[in-house]
Design a binder for this molecule. Structure first.
Ligand SMILES: *Cc1c(COP(=O)(O)O)cnc(C)c1O
Length: 375
């Protein structure tokens, strides 16, 4: 049997072990240390825009702390993109608030500004102004962030930008992860760079960064003993993980270029295939890291998405349905939803394809063979 071709697997650059070894040599085996501050500095320089970064144990933890710092609490409403991973939405429940889900638009597959504005008006008419908006840049493609921010400003609602999948992507030349009141990144094992597990909060001020670290380290007040006036969390990143992150930062741009060339490969592979389209950047305003390359398989194709997935699986090639919208998830089925069902259509007809920066010629040959025999 051929070895498995994964959707997206960790791809080390080479210097990760050097930074981890440094951590051992200097005995910084803790959720703080020179790699943590070094990784934060690397990210701040990479993202530009004068941002301040706090490294955390996961992207989900970052969203939780963003909600905490925005003062979102029991019975508040939070507007959240429905087409996403559960890590975007679950933290709304951690703080006792109510997720209100917003459908996607066709160009970027992310939060639709029209549905967002309708939802805000309707929630206000029903008596509650939403406390925050969680917008996501899925698969590396920036949302229509200008339009989203304009509406958010108009109604004075803070924005949490979930850039977990979009490190290195830009919109009109500005990096994703620098647009929100708080923005979050993820370094989970399958993301564009990994620390084995980890995340970060991107803040607009040093004050917000310090506050994030305060909450992430059990909210310890200034005192020689342990004194607490707030509820804290144990969400800081370890110095070992941060060492891996520092090594990964050295190869981030190289890996983005490789992922973009994977997208080019699929674009030509499916060019003349009836009923199958590869997700593309809508215009020059968008520059995607193409974390995952995705296809839509419509009614005119010779196979359904599920048939395609099963046939690829027989060849030991991993593909996966697109995110199942949150408003269709059993845990959120009773939550309000604003939209026209576009995300449901994406879920029914879409697939993510192997997209790693570590794919080799033999992998591309096997994928080409498999696709040709399926269609
Ligand atoms: C991965 C991911 C998260 C959560 O990040 P973790 O580090 O796995 O907690 C949140 N949102 C999106 C869109 C993601 O892809």
């Amino acid at each position: 049997m051929n070895s498995k071709i994964w959707l997206s697997s960790p791809h080390m650059g080479g210097n990760e072990e050097k930074y981890v070894k440094e951590a051992f040599d200097t005995n910084w085996i803790a959720p703080l240390g020179p790699n943590v501050s070094g990784f934060e500095k690397d990210l701040e320089q990479y993202l530009e825009e004068d941002v301040h970064v706090a490294c955390l144990s996961s992207g989900t933890a970052a969203i939780h702390l963003a909600l905490v710092q925005l003062g979102v609490g029991y019975n508040d409403e939070v507007l959240c993109q429905t087409f996403t991973f559960c890590g975007s939405a679950n933290p709304i429940k951690y703080v006792g608030a109510i997720p209100v889900f917003i459908d996607s638009e066709q160009e970027t597959w992310n939060m639709c500004p029209n549905h967002l504005e309708n939802a805000i008006k309707d929630r206000i008419a029903k008596g509650k102004t939403p406390k925050a908006i969680i917008v996501v840049h899925l698969y590396g493609m920036s949302a229509k962030i200008d339009a989203i921010l304009k509406i958010a400003n108009q109604y004075n609602i803070p924005v949490i930008e979930d850039a977990a999948e979009a490190l290195g992507s830009t919109y009109k030349g500005q990096k994703c992860g620098t647009f929100g009141d708080f923005s979050i990144l993820s370094f989970n094992g399958n993301k564009i760079i990994t620390t084995s597990g980890g995340g970060a909060m991107v803040c607009n001020s040093k004050e917000d960064k310090d506050k994030t670290i305060f909450y992430a380290t059990q909210a310890r007040d200034q005192a020689p003993h342990y004194e607490h006036t707030s509820i804290g969390y144990n969400y800081r990143m370890s110095n070992i993980s941060a060492g891996i992150g520092r090594g990964q930062m050295e190869v981030l741009d190289k890996h983005i270029n490789l992922r973009r060339s994977v997208n080019t490969f699929y674009t030509s592979l499916f060019k003349d295939v009836k009923g199958i389209t590869v997700m593309q950047e809508p215009s020059n305003d968008y520059h995607s890291n193409f974390w995952l390359s995705c296809i839509l398989i419509d009614d005119t194709a010779s196979v359904t998405a599920e048939e395609f997935r099963l046939a690829m699986d027989k060849e030991n090639i991993e593909t996966r349905p697109l995110w199942k919208p949150m408003h269709l998830q059993p845990i959120f089925k009773d939550n309000p939803f604003y939209g026209d069902g576009f995300s449901e259509a994406l879920f029914k007809t879409g697939l993510c394809l192997p997209s790693g920066s570590n794919l080799v010629k033999d992998d591309f040959d096997r994928i080409t063979q498999a696709v040709k025999s399926i269609i």
